[in-house]
Design a protein around this ligand. Sequence first.
Ligand code: NAD
Length: 462
Amino acid sequence: MKAHDGMYIDGAWRPAADRDAIEVVNPADEQVIGQVPAGTAEDVDAAVRAARAALPGWAATPPSERAARIAALRDVLAARKEEIAETVTAELGSPLELSQKVHVGLPITVAGSYAELAATYAFEEKAGNSTVLHEPVGVVGAITPWNYPLHQVVAKVAPALAAGCTVVLKPAEDTPLTAQLFAEAVHETGLPAGVFNLVTGLGPVAGQALAEHPGVDLVSFTGSTAVGRQIAATAGAAVKKVALELGGKSANVILPGADLAKAVKAGVANVMSNSGQTCSAWTRMLVHRSQYDEAVELAAAAAAKYGDRIGPLVNAKQQQRVRGYIQKGVAEGARLVAGGPESPRERGYFVSPTVFADVTPEMTIAQEEIFGPVLSILRYEDEDDALRIANGTVYGLAGAVWAGEEGEAVAFARRMETGQVDINGGRFNPLAPFGGYKQSGVGRELGVHGLTEYLQTKSLQF
Ligand code: NAD
């Protein structure tokens, strides 16, 4: 696996300020596949300076030209699809088909959507005797997690570029090789130097330096709620803008009239995909007591079918954490109906697809984000009870409702405290705003709402 031993700053790969390196490990076989430099505050400073210097030029570039550059970036990503998918598989461990279709396919679509939005968005509007200008926020510090290594990057960088912002990216330490490939793609498109910069490194070092840097106008962070809280406090102290995409504990609510088998099967697939490392996964399945036993049986059978087809977790720490949650579920009295805490393989950070029945709303596994292939099935008495359980966590990122009648599902969805709800298996829409209620975050990504996160308004009165 090819890895750069420098940082991508001001349009070129430059040596890091320090010699420290981060090893990248393939979680499927625990082999080291490469290393990248561990950036310091000095590297971050150089990158932010480059981004600041590039800002006036890029902000003044006509949106149609910015759109053309983003379209070119999409095309380079598409041309290098196979190589990127293989890299994602090597450092994240996801099955190659998932890497091709989702990990690389989705960001190509998202990049395309921002090429189109940059070309069509009204960056000027009239309001009475005013002209309102939608101007770039400035220099963006983007900090991303490992669970969708390319998508998380593109979901920030593409709208920031469309808005006329310049960017410094600090990707997750587990998946920096995909981020380096992204930087190569940016370079290939001939984006002006300094518009996009990459600093690899540890969160508490490079990430924190970026969040704290006075030259950064907006910190856009995706990751855990714990780190998000810290970043928001740092940004708040400096009166800096912040966008946060944090954790989730989403409910999959199956109302009595729904197609039970379809809803359960889709629910299990949703949780097992990407080995459960999806912030919007429907990790709590809510079933009416009259259908509960049948649902548990269907879910256990569906999970058992996954067997070996599921990838590993990203690293040993995540594997330990997820196994700890499974043990806690057992200790608190939930009934294991599929999987369990034992490692299914000797090598690699694998966890068996796991399903718990008899989970009650206050149990740890029903409240905390596990970020692994673990589904909890809860029983409800009536719709109000289902709603109370669905809304009964600190999170509010996503969810699903299944009902016999679409209108019934929509009525329930309107009462949910969450940012996204799939109705009767509705498909993921890369143009729909994505983000959280409550502690799942601040702000939205994707589509036009994702673009406006990177804009600020100036009103001219006539
Ligand atoms: P994390 O918060 O540990 O790390 C995320 C990023 O922040 C990484 O790049 C990391 O290096 C950096 N970081 C860590 N400490 C930092 C600090 N003190 N200052 C600045 N940056 C720092 O999260 P993770 O383990 O990488 O990802 C898993 C979590 O991310 C889960 O909780 C998941 O729900 C959440 N997530 C949310 C979304 C969403 O869109 N809402 C998407 C993906 C993941």
